[in-house]
Design a protein around this ligand. Structure first.
Ligand SMILES: Nc1ncnc2c1ncn2[C@@H]1O[C@H](COP(=O)(O)OP(=O)(O)O)[C@@H](O)[C@H]1O
Ligand SMILES: [Mg+2]
Length: 647
């Protein structure tokens, strides 16, 4: 398959392309993602299984709408129902009108007798139209409000969950489906109103038909139910396919961005990845199209069979009517009304089943949303009442006691039974090879991750026993994978302490400590320069310049405990020197935990902790560790030799 795929997808201008092995294995998620938790079960609940959940979902949607805008929710509900009643009323008036017109007697008399019915019909039609307009207005105002409320709730959840939620397999896919579900919220509210209107209408017409002849009602049901069932089943097929394609859609979305976005543009060109990415796109698209075609076939078959059965049954209804008329069982006026009623009933039934289908599929999508919010709950940090926990005092001692962490689906521990103590005012360093667990340990100390075993104590009490926001306010973290926030340079730094009102002097002081001040002044609008090239007048920075800004963000909050994870990896020697001087100036007053590979910078640290494969293997001052002639001494000698050779 890959040879053919490459032939068709690769542009002639592109030279060599990756061949079979790479292309096949890059995207394992082309298949339907049945392995995801609960997805198969959800898809297999069957057509009627979902109805069990519908009342709850409708309740949820109406509650959301009610909270978003009470008045408009009431108007939509009342006016839609009123509209349904009015159309029934109109139908009955039409029936009376016809009876009057087709009764015996001279024509002018008949017309005169029919006038009240005509007036009623006109009134019902007018009121119905007016109510329709009211629904339109109310819905227009309601939809954006409900959308906003539903979407905001989603982001409230995604921003509140613990960091480890993002390591869970299905979280991203759940989130993808939940986004779609948020649109279904407002749809569900509208569907519910329309559905009720349809049912009211249907009942009224059914009553009218039964009055004429009960046999007709049975015939009508036969004529409409197959269509209704087919519509439901088609909806279920669409939903099941949608569920299974979640990973594929996300992959497609990622690919689309990779091919169109600025971040990937340089590497795409330098490695000639264009043909490769287009090839991947073709493969995912082909899988997607195959699924969609299969779905279209099944949906068409289902609805066609429904339509054929319904059509035959409807023919039966007309034949039955003819027989009744021919046998003199009903008068002509009743037969004419009957034709009108049957058509009205058909319309009502069609509307009701259509609404049911919509309600069903919107309900399912909304269920994904609600389900995501439920699952997100399990990732929320323990929700202690604000203020129920004591606020921590200034740091005296930080203790890491037998702490381990295992990432999900990983065999070995990322951090393995580490015990260490940091006294207030110390500058300590974590050193060790890539993947030795330094960042993971720092994340636990910062309270971003919870240890799988062991405990981290602030002044002798576990971190969880302190008021979280108050504890957070005492800690600043410059993480290894810093984020480039698309705001101005000043805001990028001030985000280090979003609770404080941004003071230009403080921002500049923080920038100066991270050697970022001159860099920022050289930008077209200085501190007010927008740091996102994709916006008008936005600017981009070099990797090292960005790193200066992120270090400044860490300094902006004059935190008691500052964690800096490889803050100088991209800095030039002068900037690095300035940064480490700023860090050293904290020594004796504030506590700093520093992770770096530039060992020359940790010589002055009060204590150096050497990590290897998650285990704390050595600790001591630089002099002690060099004297011990272990792992640290080895790494240090290696780095020092590099400088000596070149010098
Ligand atoms: N989010 C994660 N999910 C799974 N494994 C991870 C995650 N982050 C790091 N790891 C693994 O944990 C180990 C330690 O990583 P890390 O603490 O980042 O090391 P260091 O900062 O010392 O380079 C590595 O083996 C890494 O692959
Ligand atoms: Mg790291």
């Amino acid at each position: 398959m890959s040879a053919a795929a490459n032939d068709t997808s690769v542009d002639g201008q592109i030279p060599r392309q990756p061949t079979a092995p790479g292309t096949e294995s890059v995207l394992p998620e082309l298949r339907n993602a049945w392995w995801e938790h609960g997805v198969r079960r959800r898809a297999e609940t069957g057509v009627f299984g979902v109805f069990a959940d519908l009342p709850k979902l409708i309740g949820h949607a109406v509650a959301v709408s009610w909270r978003a805008d009470r008045l408009r929710t009431l108007i939509v509900a009342a006016a839609t129902l009123g509209g349904g009643v009015m159309s029934t009323f109109g139908l009955l008036s039409a029936q009376r009108l016809l009876v009057q017109l087709f009764s015996g007697g001279p024509t002018p008399e008949r017309v005169k007798a029919a006038l009240p019915a005509l007036a009623l019909l006109a009134a019902a039609t007018a009121i119905r139209g007016g109510l329709g307009i009211a629904v339109g207005y109310a819905q227009n105002g309601l939809s954006p409000r409900v959308n906003q409320a539903v979407e905001r709730r989603l982001f409230e959840a995604t921003t509140a969950v613990r960091l480890d939620a993002f390591d869970a397999d299905a979280f991203a896919d759940d989130m993808e489906r939940a986004t779609r579900g948020s649109d279904a919220g407002i749809a569900l509210v509208n569907d519910t109103a329309n559905m009720f209107a349809g049912v009211v209408n249907l009942i009224a017409v059914a009553v009218a038909v039964v009055v004429i002849n009960p046999l007709l009602l049975a015939a009508l049901l036969v004529a409409t139910l197959p269509n209704g069932y087919a519509a439901l089943r088609a909806g279920h097929l669409r939903y099941a396919t949608y569920l299974a394609g979640s990973v594929r859609r996300r992959r497609l979305w990622v690919l689309q961005r990779q091919m169109a976005e600025r971040d990937s543009a340089p590497e795409l060109r330098s490695y000639w990845l264009r043909g490769f990415l287009l090839g991947q796109y073709d493969m995912v698209m082909r899988a997607q199209t195959t699924e969609e075609l299969a779905l279209a076939r099944r949906v068409t078959t289902t609805t066609s069979i429904g339509a054929i059965i319904s059509g035959l049954a409807l023919g039966g209804v007309w034949v039955l009517l003819g027989l009744l008329l021919a046998g003199g069982r009903i008068p002509l006026s009743a037969a004419v009304t009957c034709v009108v009623a049957v058509q009205a009933a058909q319309r009502a039934l069609a509307t009701a089943t259509f609404q049911l289908d919509r309600l069903y599929s919107d309900g399912q999508f909304f269920k994904e949303y609600v389900g995501f919010l439920d699952r997100a709950q399990t990732y929320l940090p323990s929700d202690d009442e604000p203020g129920s926990l004591p606020e921590p005092a200034a740091l005296r001692q930080l203790t890491v006691r037998g702490v381990s962490l295992r990432y999900p689906d990983r065999e070995s521990l990322a951090v393995d039974d580490v015990t260490l103590t940091v006294e207030a005012g110390q500058t300590v360093a974590f050193v060790g090879e890539n993947g030795s667990g330094k960042s993971t340990l720092a994340a636990m100390i910062a309270g971003l991750r919870s240890p799988t075993a062991g405990v981290i104590e602030w002044n002798g009490s576990p971190l969880e026993d302190w008021d979280r926001p108050a504890l957070g306010a005492r800690i600043a973290v410059v993480s290894q994978e810093h984020h480039k926030w698309p705001y101005t340079a000043a805001t990028n730094i001030a985000m280090g302490d979003i609770a404080a009102s941004p003071e230009r002097a403080t921002i500049e002081a923080a920038a100066a400590r991270a050697a970022a001040h001159d860099t920022i002044l050289a930008l077209p609008h200085g501190y007010e320069t927008l740091l996102d090239r994709t916006f008008k007048e936005g600017q981009d920075l070099s990797g090292g310049q960005w790193q200066r800004i992120t270090a400044a963000r860490g300094f902006y909050r004059d935190a008691e405990l500052l964690l800096m994870d490889e803050p100088s990896s991209a800095l030039d020697p002068r900037a690095e020197d300035a940064l480490f001087q700023a860090i050293r100036s904290r020594q004796g007053q504030k506590t700093t935990i520093l992770i770096t590979h530039r060992l020359a910078n940790v010589i002055h640290a009060d204590r150096i902790f050497v990590m290897h494969d998650g285990v704390l293997v050595e600790s001591g001052t630089h002099a002690e560790l060099v004297a011990a002639d272990g792992r640290y001494a080895n790494l240090f000698a290696l780095q020092a030799a590099g400088y000596q050779r070149s010098g």
